[in-house]
Write a protein that binds this ligand. Structure first.
Ligand SMILES: Cc1cc2nc3c(=O)[nH]c(=O)nc-3n(C[C@H](O)[C@H](O)[C@H](O)COP(=O)(O)OP(=O)(O)OC[C@H]3O[C@@H](n4cnc5c(N)ncnc54)[C@H](O)[C@@H]3O)c2cc1C
Length: 403
């Protein structure tokens, strides 16, 4: 079996290496920094865990099988953590008015319109056409804004609903359901999954090359597991047309601030709350970490999320500015002030691709990579980790068929 080079040791690279190893390939992973995990990292503080990016991932049969194989347990979401809130005057589980509900019910019942998103239709346009403006502004837009950090007036409905007319080389399977439904995470945070994968891969003979910014050698077999921007850079000499297309993908910057409070400051039990744009919050949403998974304390922990397409400057706020901003947003949210115990800020410039209709256009026409190159990453039509896992498995399957 030939050696396959995997470029990037984030979630995409490690899971690709896992499936390659399972198929019997020899694997070498190149990583630019001195650690594996990429965006994902869990910091253990005296007050609880801090996740720098994903705090969990959607469970699937494939994830369960992989985690059982590498010996990483997965926790389901706590019962309390299943409630999701949207702010409309106050945090509400049901954020729609009677009139919004009537419009929605009428449209769903009469099926007078096609639910299928049109090519290059934005989320706002799809929502107004299909579910009505109330449900769009106070349900769909905040929910998708929270996941994609995008601008609903530019987010692509086809990409988000998995209906875009993507070329064959970008096809990904839908994840099969796992035994546990919903979001899961390892008990010690997402780093436990990264560490579990690394230990498994090292034991399987995978060579890790850290602190190495890989360049593509002619005819080298490589799976490129990078962000859109890093992939464009990596491919610039060898595959200029593909590189040029990837360079056009807009990247969004995000900042997350994990704040710790005494346990009595936990006033609302749930997964978190999203903020529609007209509700006067700068944050896109807040997660109630200790309510989502067991063992995140001892303190009450909230992660406030800022930035994205509608607020690109947020990532440049200073530490004190974030502290003041969160204090004032919390007072608006809870109607009370709490003294915090500690807070940790993570700033991610150019963290995520904007799932906009521009990305839909780019992907629709994305040239296929040459046969020695394969792509895995969060910009190829699916942003979440569960979908990246499916893409990694599919790509490895195709490599197996070719060689
Ligand atoms: C704040 C935030 C919250 C999120 N929450 C969730 C969530 O709850 N659920 C979910 O499913 N997803 C979530 N995501 C998305 C998810 O975390 C990312 O999509 C995913 O981690 C991306 O992994 P990756 O391996 O594709 O890329 P990356 O994590 O960016 O890894 C790429 C790696 O490649 C390395 N690299 C770059 N250039 C080179 C080079 N030339 N040579 C070698 N190495 C190179 C980088 O150093 C990096 O380690 C979140 C993202 C953010 C930012």
């Amino acid at each position: 079996m030939p050696t396959i080079n995997v470029v990037g040791a984030g979630f995409s690279g490690l899971t690709t290496a896992y499936f390659l190893t399972k198929r019997g390939f020899k694997v070498r992973i190149f990583e630019k920094t001195n650690r594996a995990g990429g965006l994902i990292c869990t910091i253990r503080s005296a007050h609880g865990l801090v996740e720098t990016a994903a705090n969990g991932l959607l469970n699937s049969a494939r994830l369960e099988a992989m985690c059982a194989d590498i010996g990483v347990p997965l926790l389901p979401t706590r019962r309390d953590g299943r409630k999701r809130f949207i702010f409309r005057g106050r945090p509400r589980q049901l954020s729609l008015t009677t009139s919004d509900m009537t419009t929605l019910a009428f449209r769903l019942a009469t099926q007078a319109i096609s639910f299928h998103p049109r090519q290059f239709e934005t989320i706002t346009a799809w929502g107004n056409r299909v579910i009505g403006s109330g449900a769009t502004n106070y349900l769909l837009a905040p929910a998708l804004g929270g996941i994609y950090a995008g601008d609903p007036k530019r987010l692509s409905a086809s990409l988000i609903f998995g209906r875009a007319a993507l070329p064959n080389h970008l096809k990904t399977n839908r994840p099969a359901r796992g035994r546990v439904r919903g979001t899961v995470a390892p008990p010690n945070g997402m780093q436990q999954l990264i560490d579990g994968l690394c230990v498994y891969l090292k034991n399987a003979g995978v060579e890790f090359v850290f602190n190495y910014e890989a360049r593509l050698e002619p005819n080298e077999a490589a799976v490129v597991c990078l962000s859109a921007r890093a992939a464009a850079e990596f491919l610039s000499d060898a595959v200029p047309e593909l590189s040029q297309a990837l360079r056009g993908i807009e990247m969004l910057s995000l900042a997350t601030v994990t704040c710790f409070y005494p346990p009595e400051a936990a006033r609302l039990k749930g997964f978190g709350c999203l903020f529609p744009r007209d509700q006067g919050f700068r944050s896109r949403g807040v997660l109630f970490n200790d309510c989502i998974f067991e063992g995140r304390g001892p303190a009450h922990s909230e992660t406030w999320i800022f930035g994205g397409a509608l607020d690109p400057e947020a990532v440049n706020l200073g530490d004190d500015e974030f502290a003041q901003l969160i204090a004032s947003e919390r007072e608006k949210f809870y109607g009370k002030h709490d003294d915090g115990l500690d807070f940790r800020i993570t700033r991610w410039p150019n963290a995520l691709p904007h799932y906009s209709i521009e990305l839909e256009r780019i992907l629709t026409m994305l040239p296929a990579p040459p046969s020695n190159i394969a792509l895995v990453g969060n910009y190829l039509g699916r942003i979440g980790l569960a979908k990246i896992l499916e893409r990694a498995a599919l790509v490895v399957n195709e490599i197996g068929l070719k060689l």
